[in-house]
Design a protein around this ligand. Structure first.
Ligand SMILES: Nc1ncnc2c1ncn2[C@@H]1O[C@H](COP(=O)(O)OP(=O)(O)O)[C@@H](O)[C@H]1O
Ligand SMILES: [Mg+2]
Length: 312
C-alpha cells in the first residue's frame, strides 16, 4: 500500500533524511519510531505530498506522490505535527471545509463529516469553536479531518504529543480501531506508543532507517550478547570459563564475600546449564545464575547507541 524508496531530503546543505526505504502493507499500523530530529516529520511531509523529496520516491496506493500528487493525496489523510485547525471556526464547519478541500462532493460532505465526527467521538461538540476545545478534543478534530474523505492511507505525525494520559489512551484506541480499514503510519519518539498501537516498527535515527521489524523481532534481534550473572562461593580466578563454547567475555568481581562472574554470551545461545555444570565440576560452590534479557526499551536504546560504531 505504501512503498518508500531511497527517499532523501536536504534542507539547504543539511541532510535530514538519507535514503529511507520501507513499505507498509494494507491494513497495517506501522510505527515510525525515532528520537527528536531523526527525520520523522520530514518523511511524513514528503509521503503526504506536503513537501518534495530531494531524491527517491514514495508510492502511495499505486500513485507516485511526487509525479502524480493529486490522486496520491486523495488516497491520504494526514495529521501534521501541528494540525491546522482554525481556532475561530466551529468543528462541523471546519470539517466540512476540510472534506471539500479533499474533493468530497457537496452532497456527500454532510454524511462524510457526520461519520468522521462519530468515529472520533466529537459529534456532541460539533457547534463549538475549535479554539474553545481542550487539546485532546482538538487532536480528535485533527484526526476527523484526516479521515473525513475516507482515505485508504492515514499518516499521523506524533498524534498523542501534548495530551494527558487519559486522552492518550483514547486517541490510541481510536487509532487502533482505524487499522484494518485504513493503512496507518504513526510517528512517535516514545516506545510505549508503538507497543500500544503498532504491529510493526521502522526505527529511524539521524535520518537513516536503523531497523525495521515486528516488535518481538526487534526485541529478540537485540538480545545479542545476553549477559549471565553467576555467583560462586570459591575464588574463580583460575577457572577457564572463557573456554566454554558461547562465552564471549568474563568479568570477575567480588561482593560481600561472594564472587561474581559477569559472562557475556553470544546471540541466541542459552548456556546456563553448561555454566552450571562447569561450576559444579570445578567445585566453585555455585550459588546462583541469572540471565539478563533486554526489554524493548533497552533494545531501542542499544539500536540508537550502536549506530555510530557501525559507521566506523
Ligand atoms: N524546514 C527546515 N529547515 C531546515 N532544517 C530542518 C527543517 N525541518 C527540519 N529540519 C531539520 O531536519 C532534521 C529532521 O527534522 P524532523 O523531520 O522534523 O525530525 P523529527 O520529526 O523526527 O523530530 C532535524 O535536524 C531538523 O532540525
Ligand atoms: Mg517531528
Amino acid at each position: 500500500m505504501i512503498e518508500v524508496k531511497e527517499l532523501s531530503k536536504t534542507y539547504n546543505d543539511r541532510l535530514a533524511i538519507d535514503k529511507i526505504s520501507f513499505s507498509v502493507g494494507k491494513g497495517e499500523i506501522l510505527g515510525f519510531l525515532g528520537p527528536n530530529g531523526a527525520g520523522k516529520s520530514t518523511t511524513m511531509k514528503i509521503l503526504s505530498g506536503f513537501m518534495a523529496a530531494s531524491s527517491g520516491a514514495a508510492i502511495v496506493n499505486g500513485h507516485d506522490v511526487g509525479k502524480s500528487p493529486i490522486p496520491a493525496k486523495a488516497s491520504i489523510g494526514y495529521l501534521p505535527e501541528n494540525p491546522p485547525v482554525y481556532m475561530n471556526m466551529d468543528v462541523e464547519s471546519y470539517l466540512t471545509f476540510a472534506a471539500r478541500l479533499h474533493g468530497v462532493e457537496k452532497a456527500q460532505a454532510k454524511m462524510a463529516v457526520q461519520n468522521a465526527m462519530e468515529k472520533c467521538g466529537i459529534a456532541d461538540v460539533r457547534r463549538r469553536l475549535i479554539g474553545n476545545l481542550s487539546k485532546g478534543y482538538r487532536q480528535r478534530v485533527g484526526l476527523a479531518q484526516a479521515i473525513a474523505h475516507n482515505p485508504p492511507v492515514l499518516i499521523l505525525d506524533e498524534p498523542t504529543v501534548g495530551l494527558d494520559p487519559r486522552q492518550i489512551i483514547e486517541i490510541r484506541n481510536l487509532i487502533q480501531s482505524l487499522g484494518g480499514n485504513h493503512t496507518v503510519i504513526l510517528s512517535t519518539h516514545i516506545l510505549p506508543e508503538v507497543q500500544a498501537t503498532c504491529s510493526r516498527v521502522v526505527v529511524i535515527d539521524r535520518g537513516r532507517v536503523i531497523a525495521q521489524d515486528t516488535l518481538s523481532g526487534i526485541a529478540s534481534r537485540m538480545q545479542a550478547n545476553v549477559r549471565l550473572t553467576v555467583t560462586v562461593r570459591e575464588d574463580p580466578s583460575r577457572a577457564q570459563i572463557e573456554s566454554l563454547p558461547g562465552v564471549l567475555s568474563v568479568t570477575r568481581t567480588e561482593k560481600e564475600g561472594e564472587h561474581l562472574l559477569l559472562i557475556e554470551t553470544s546471540k541466541g545461545r542459552d548456556i546456563r546449564s553448561d555454566v552450571a555444570e562447569y561450576c559444579v565440576q570445578n567445585k566453585l560452590g555455585l550459588l546462583s545464575i541469572t540471565r539478563e534479557s533486554l526489554s524493548l526499551e533497552d533494545a531501542f536504546v542499544r539500536l540508537i547507541n550502536q549506530e555510530p560504531e557501525e559507521q566506523k
